[in-house]
Design a protein around this ligand. Structure first.
Ligand SMILES: Nc1ncnc2c1ncn2[C@@H]1O[C@H](COP(=O)(O)OP(=O)(O)O)[C@@H](O)[C@H]1O
Ligand SMILES: [Mg+2]
Length: 192
């Protein structure tokens, strides 16, 4: 059986990390080889990005370029090798987060798409949809991107840019319900 590339997307506090881990464990339990990964990565550029979200002052275009640079390493060193070995890849955020967040910051969408042109589309995207105030209320430590007003914009851009192979899940529902829906998506992908 061949692998698949699944991206989990949504605003902060929507449940991405929880769902990604759950899907990872669900696949492992079925004896399926899966790589659980995330963006920003834990590599050197991912570190710079995390710092920049706190205090380092960067322009939105600089941030967009850093996310794309981080993603290039992620795709080349993690995603493609795993897919070539027939493994599943589940990523906690991907390309679509860049388009939505940096798009919401005012970076030109054509520019964002151009600098990410190397990044393959995911085979499927799960979009965890939650009202921004609920998402923010679930977070312990806030950075300045985790502001309800900004996340409203991000959500609007997600709605515009997510590809057709996106499954939206109402992530305002109890976690068991959300995980059950995510499981259905994965089961359907396993049947294909
Ligand atoms: N559907 C849900 N209902 C209630 N709490 C949730 C739900 N999904 C996630 N959480 C909780 O909200 C917090 C943020 O979830 P997390 O998976 O880290 O979100 P994200 O990675 O999208 O920021 C965690 O404490 C998690 O347990
Ligand atoms: Mg997370």
């Amino acid at each position: 059986m061949t692998g698949a590339f699944l991206a989990i997307e949504g605003i902060d506090g929507s449940g991405k990390t929880t769902v990604a881990k759950y899907i990872h464990d669900f696949l492992v339990d079925r004896g399926i080889e899966v790589v659980l990964t995330q963006e920003p990565t834990k590599g050197p550029i991912g570190d710079v990005i995390r710092k920049s979200l706190g205090k380092l002052e960067l322009t939105p275009y600089q941030r967009a370029l850093l996310f794309a640079a981080d993603r290039h390493g992620h795709v080349q060193n993690v995603v493609m090798p795993a897919l070539e070995q027939g493994k599943w890849v589940v990523t906690d955020r991907y390309l679509y987060s860049s388009l939505a967040y940096q798009g919401a910051e005012g970076v030109d969408m054509a520019f964002l798409r151009f600098i990410n042109g190397f990044a393959p589309d995911a085979d499927a995207v799960i979009h965890l949809e939650v009202p921004p105030d609920i998402g923010v209320s679930r977070l312990k430590n806030h950075d300045r991107f985790e502001d309800t007003e900004f996340l409203r914009k991000v959500k609007a851009v997600f709605d515009e840019i997510l590809p057709r192979n996106t499954v939206s899940i109402d992530a305002g529902k109890p976690i068991e319900t959300v995980l059950g829906k995510a499981e259905e998506v994965v089961l359907e992908m396993l049947e294909d």
